[in-house]
Design a protein around this ligand. Structure first.
Ligand code: NAP
Length: 452
């Protein structure tokens, strides 16, 4: 191995992919970052809410990585279709899968698939301009939208539905989404948390933003903030997120509605049991929960017999993301991740597969903030170099570029992405917008100066 640099492929160009690439480059490896879409950044482009530009700005760090010697980007390359995992394994010394969690978790309740019941993942991809989600039609003509879940994705979705034209215009939300949200008949957005306010997964800045919206009053029932003894005890030890969340919610509960056009209602200790309607969503049936401490010390929701139906026109289910299996790569269907030990991919017998690694959400599940993926990717890359030093890596031969050219498969290089980026920024600039995203494949591939 000493005669040449380690050659690695990283599959998936979201935060985990870029942090893995940076860690590999820092130790002298050559890195090909392979991406299914014509554009890089994964959920930074297609997941982070458009009204959070300061979070999206992490892409500037990734841009620096992309400029380092030894880095190549191959967009529009679908691993599993354009090139197989076995072929990648033969070309590279090490392959790191950083493909994220590409679908949603299911609730497993009747009516979950009624038209008008959507995974939040699809809604997020749509308003962020993901080219695979632009044909979806979200009917926002009803007066009430339900958002199920109490995580930061639920927060993003609920807030996006509540934003005014003036709040959306300076963002890179798609035109279609701005028109649909601002032209909707929505009067009320209701977020449903199955546990109590002290167990909410959302974080303080996101909750604080709800209290500052131009066109929407935030509404919390003070009765929902009467805590059970276990939650009180947990809060007494908590000096950060949960404590501050409950303090903010108490402040919201004291507010009088100011008559803004929309209301954003936060409800707690309610679980959906069915989504009802004649051919489309018309109501959601929920059961009231109490909280109980289970044998592992976790505070869990326990259904009571008390039920209620809430009329609504759309349900956005935001109960977590889930990884998708890649044919030819081991997958733990129970957890929705690639089975691994500190990033080394394990075969069904539990032994590491030489040269195969993973990082990010497909390694540990869909948790943490963008920065969490740095530590995670660095851990994986450390294992790669341990294996390289111990002579455990298979030596790859060949070149993906030659393979793609040979097959006549068009691909987007980093310079192609830069051309897309410049074009999008140019479209946005005259209107005071950061960019206007290209949202269709042909346009993206056209502007990406695809090579073949
Ligand atoms: P999450 O944080 O895991 O939240 C999932 C939510 O769904 C929890 O409130 C969970 O309740 C609830 N839930 C799960 N199953 C349910 C069911 N069957 N019925 C009702 N509720 C159910 O996931 P996420 O919101 O998708 O976010 C993923 C990750 O990305 C998180 O780490 C998040 O912080 C991060 N993120 C960060 C930002 C940001 O920093 N601004 C923005 C977006 C996402 P329980 O707690 O009771 O399980």
């Amino acid at each position: 191995m000493a005669e040449r640099a380690l050659r690695a492929a990283v599959v998936g160009s979201g935060p985990a992919g870029f942090y893995a690439a940076a860690a590999l480059l820092a130790r002298g490896a050559e890195v090909d970052l392979i991406e299914r879409l014509p554009t890089p950044w994964g959920l930074v482009r297609f997941g982070v809410a458009p009204d959070h530009p300061e979070i999206k700005a992490v892409s500037r760090v990734f841009e620096k990585t992309a400029k380092e010697p030894g880095f190549r980007f191959f967009g529009n390359v679908d691993v599993g279709k354009s090139v197989s995992p076995a072929e990648l394994a033969s070309i590279y010394d090490a392959v790191i899968y950083t493909v994220g969690a590409q679908t949603d978790r299911r609730m497993g309740i009747p009516g979950e698939d009624l038209p008008g019941s959507w995974p939040a993942t699809a809604f997020v991809a749509w308003y962020n301009g993901h080219p695979d989600f632009q044909d979806l039609h979200f009917d926002l003509s009803g007066e009430r939208a339900i958002v199920v879940g109490n995580g930061n994705v639920a927060m993003d979705v609920a807030r996006m539905l509540a934003l005014t034209h003036d709040e959306l215009h300076p963002t890179d939300t798609t035109h279609a989404a701005i028109d649909a949200i601002t032209g909707s008949g929505l009067r009320e957005i209701v977020m449903l948390g199955r546990r109590g306010p002290a167990q909410a997964a959302f974080t303080n800045p996101e909750l604080k933003e709800l209290g500052e919206l131009a066109g929407s009053d935030v509404v919390v029932d003070p009765a929902d903030l009467v805590l059970d003894p276990a939650s009180e005890a947990a809060l007494a030890e908590d000096r950060s997120t949960a404590r501050r969340n409950v303090d903010l919610l108490r402040e919201y509960a004291r507010r009088e509605p100011t008559g803004k056009p929309r209301r954003l209602v936060l409800r707690f200790c309610v679980s959906p049991v069915a989504i009802l309607g004649d051919g489309k969503v018309e109501q959601i049936e929920v059961v009231r929960n109490t909280l109980a401490v289970d044998e592992s010390g976790q505070i869990r929701a326990v259904a009571t017999g008390e039920r209620e139906t809430i009329p609504c026109g759309i349900v956005l289910r935001s109960v977590g993301y889930r990884g998708v299996a890649l044919p030819g790569v081991p997958f733990d269907d129970q957890r929705g991740v690639i089975p691994n030990a500190e990033g080394r991919v394990l075969d069904p017998a539990g032994s590491p597969i030489p040269g195969l690694y993973c990082a990010g959400w497909i390694k540990r599940g869909p948790s943490g903030v963008i920065g969490t993926n740095k530590k995670d990717a660095v851990e994986t890359v450390e294992r790669v170099f341990e294996d390289a030093d111990a002579g455990r890596l298979p030596l790859g031969t060949g070149d993906i570029e030659a393979l793609l050219v040979d097959r006549g498969l068009p691909f987007v290089e980093y310079s192609g992405w830069e051309a897309i980026d410049e074009h999008e920024r140019g479209l946005g600039a005259p209107h005071g917008r950061p960019r206007v995203k290209l949202v269709n494949w042909d346009e993206l591939l056209g502007h990406g100066r695809t090579r073949q």
